[in-house]
Design a protein around this ligand. Structure first.
Ligand SMILES: [Zn+2]
Length: 297
């Protein structure tokens, strides 16, 4: 994923010249980012926020861009990764020997239903009550549907959700993830700290393998802010989070060109776009598949 970060070198040398301090880079699977700022610095930054927080933000970006299906799919992955973290924290707190959780998770890694099952049991042991999130209902095409059946339709059956459905799913997910994060961090700060340190160590290792050296760490600025600890966790609503994210993106993208390397925006881009729009207007006649095909060609 391509993201923008604050260049720590510009920051240190006080070279905060309008747009100079923003650096764009690609996030490695392990979480670190190798970026490049407009002054030519190439900082390698570790990211302190866990995977589920980053995935939730990616889902929110998809929502803001109008990709509602991708938004639901990615937020659903955020839920699954939060479940994994929950089981890991509970397992750590209960003194599972080193490597025990990893061996357990390896057995369910490729089966999302088994992962949710593991989470539901851990949740029951932790709170003494069943977790009701997956049965929570949202409105789908005028009828009530559970979170589970909705995400199954979207992820496995190709259902294209509406803006309102994606929003309701996002809002419910945000509310639940925030609650889960606050209660987990408040109950088990030591286990959370140890697991976070492990995650950061993995980023250092991954960077080293690529002959990179992480020189600074970043956290926060995400809709759910996990890494700062429970006392710094923002408890805003989903809509406030979207607004912040939107402002942040406008602020950054006004300053940084987000086109990937090797892709240049030609001068004739706008003309070409207008020509294509004209080619599709007023649209094919009903049942005239040949016309549709030739227009697409
Ligand atoms: Zn710089």
């Amino acid at each position: 994923m391509r993201i923008s970060v604050w260049c720590p070198k510009c920051d240190l040398t006080n070279e905060v010249l309008a747009d100079a301090s923003w650096a764009a880079g690609e996030m490695h699977e392990s979480g670190y980012v190798k970026a490049q700022c407009k002054l030519g610095h190439a900082p390698v930054l570790g990211v302190q926020e866990p995977k589920f927080v980053l995935l939730f933000d990616i889902g929110a970006c998809a929502y803001l861009d109008g990709y509602y299906r991708e938004a639901v799919g990615t937020m659903n992955t955020a839920i699954e990764r939060a479940c994994e973290l929950f089981v890991q924290v509970v397992s750590e707190t209960r003194g599972t020997p080193v490597g025990g959780f990893d061996r357990f998770w390896a057995a369910v890694k490729n089966r999302s239903e088994a992962q949710i099952g593991a989470f539901l049991l851990a949740y029951l042991y932790e709170h003494g009550i069943a977790c009701g999130f997956f049965e929570k209902e949202i409105s789908v095409r005028g009828k009530r549907a559970s979170i589970t059946s909705f995400r199954n339709r979207v992820v496995h059956q190709g259902y294209i959700p509406s803006q309102a459905e994606a929003y309701e799913f996002g809002e419910s997910t945000h509310h639940w993830l925030t609650d889960l994060s606050v209660t987990l961090q408040a109950a088990h700060p030591e286990s959370v700290r140890r697991i976070q340190e492990e995650y950061w160590a993995l980023q250092l290792e991954a960077a080293e393998k690529q002959r990179e050296k992480i020189t600074a760490w970043m956290s926060g600025g995400t809709i759910i802010e996990w890494a700062g600890g429970v006392e710094h966790m923002r408890c805003s609503t989903f809509s406030e989070g979207l607004l912040d994210l939107s402002d942040h993106r406008i602020w950054q993208t006004g300053l940084v060109d987000f086109l990937p390397p090797g892709v240049e925006r030609p001068q004739s881009h706008r003309d070409r776009l207008l020509r294509r729009m004209t080619a599709f207007s007023p649209g094919p006649r009903k049942r005239d598949r040949t016309t549709t095909q030739s227009r697409l060609n």
